[in-house]
Ligand binder design. Sequence first.
Ligand code: ADP
Length: 395
Amino acid sequence: MKAVVSLNSGSSSIKFAFFTLDDAGHPEHSAGGKIEKIGIAPSLVARRVDGSILAERTWKQGAGLTHAELLKDLFDWAIDHLEGREVIAIGHRVVHGGMRFATPRRVDAGLLDELDALCPLAPLHQPHNLAAIHAIAVMAPDLPQIACFDTAFHHDKPEVAARLALPRTLHEQGIRRYGFHGLSYEYIAGQLRTIDRALADGRVIAAHLGNGASLCAMRDGKSIDTTMGFSTLDGLMMGTRCGTLDPGVVLHLQTQLGMGADEVDDLLYRKSGLLGVSGISSDMRVLTADPNRQAQEAVELFVWRAVREFGALAASLGGVDGIVFTAGIGENHAEIRRRICERLGWLGLSIDDDANAANALCISGGESRVKVLVIPTDEERMIADHTLAVLRSES
Ligand code: ADP
């Protein structure tokens, strides 16, 4: 039996998912898991699709282990646990495809050089994504690897939505709005096509609300605008990231408070957002359960900022036919969905409280002019589908 693997290699974690191909060549999710706390105390948990534990492991004195060393252990473990399945390809989430890549690509030395050159555009993610590709190329040089880009879904949005109001030469150098979470939005667009064809053809705002969070305005299933821009800092308030920020604040931090580039980077990516405002946690569940004023202010700001960005994308679309919530908060947190939707009532939108509390597929009220859906995202499946499509296109 054949299988493909989806890999999402980040700064402190490596997420993986195995898909076994059925007789028709369709990928069935068979197992998945995560190595987390890389660089501190790495541990592995792998689960079957029913949620039961397939493997658990910690590495004693593992703080010094690199992504490549941990991937080698994961590779050896996978060979023992594949029960005769043959891995025919590995698909990778690669955060940045730059100006050029609008579709997934088979990795070769030339592509790797081009993707390496994009590291300065996504210094927190791209080097770790590529480290996994490099490591596997050494372990299994003949195994096809496919790069799937988080920017690709937004590649063909209108030029005006890609421009920053900076001198043209900077735009030409690649200092422009790319947009991210593209694999998630592409999956949602595909699901919408089967769930509600008419809505899929209409004006939809998809809200990927997880630790990282963004919105995507879609028309006919294509991205026409999105809240993340040049980097994954822009747009919504997030778990630890600030979202849209007056650039004057960055200048002030550097010139008046004497902060260096690394300190500002750390502040904006890791110490801001829900964590920074609450001073308590980056986790929405923790904050909504905490009556402390600071926790409540952080939640209020998250909702406020999300509503503001919904308004902006509604304007980009010239109206809204549907909203889709997805990712950790979007799929599970009924209170946050309710608070956002209440403040979007001016769009002619209302929700059904029981359906919302149950995380039902459709949570809008009968009289709502805007359909509101909750659709679980599955970036790993999107990567597996792309990986197989690239292999098929070559055969
Ligand atoms: P990541 O961007 O790291 O993949 P997730 O999509 O897992 O993040 O989202 C994490 C967020 O989702 C956290 O703020 C967490 O509180 C929230 N979340 C996860 N599960 C639930 C749940 N069952 N109920 C409410 N909130 C949840």
